[in-house]
Design a binder for this molecule. Structure first.
Ligand code: ZN
Length: 144
């Protein structure tokens, strides 16, 4: 396993604009603020969503397009470096009009109706940079 010790850095709260691409807007914010390590949380609503599920045997993401208004019940994510740039990895739980939940790995194509977010930056002695992980086929932090 790997862990790095972190200290709190800056914290931000904000809202995204209607029509923003949820993942892209969060990532743009982190890149503008040069947040290389941190956490993100958000709630709100989207007009449509695209979420992924990673098939572990096939080592391939399958994407689900949800063409309806949905509540963002919870978005949790982290921020670290990929190819030298801040990258947001986030999962969302979404709720429909009947209160049913679904969700997955947040993908581009999830469009904001309203969204309030919080970002917490961390300082660490060691950077966390994503790299190819042959065991899973994913871009993960180093094993040690
Ligand atoms: Zn994921």
């Amino acid at each position: 396993m790997l862990s790095v010790s972190t200290r709190p850095g800056r914290s931000f709260m904000g809202r995204l604009a209607k029509g923003d691409d949820l993942l892209q807007a969060l990532e743009n914010f982190c890149q503008e603020q040069q947040i290389t390590l941190g956490e993100v949380r958000a709630l709100g609503a989207v007009t449509r969503a695209r979420v992924g599920f990673y098939n572990q045997e096939e080592r391939k993401y399958y994407f689900l397009d949800l063409e309806q208004p949905l509540e963002i019940l919870a978005l949790v994510g982290n921020i670290s470096l990929k190819d030298g740039k801040p990258m947001v990895h986030a999962h969302v739980t979404l709720g429909d009009a009947a209160g049913r939940a679904c969700g997955g790995h947040l993908a581009p194509g999830t469009m904001v109706f309203a969204c309030e977010f919080a970002v917490h930056e961390y300082q660490a002695e060691q950077m966390l940079a994503r790299q190819d992980d042959p065991e899973t086929g994913l871009m993960l932090w180093p094993k040690s």
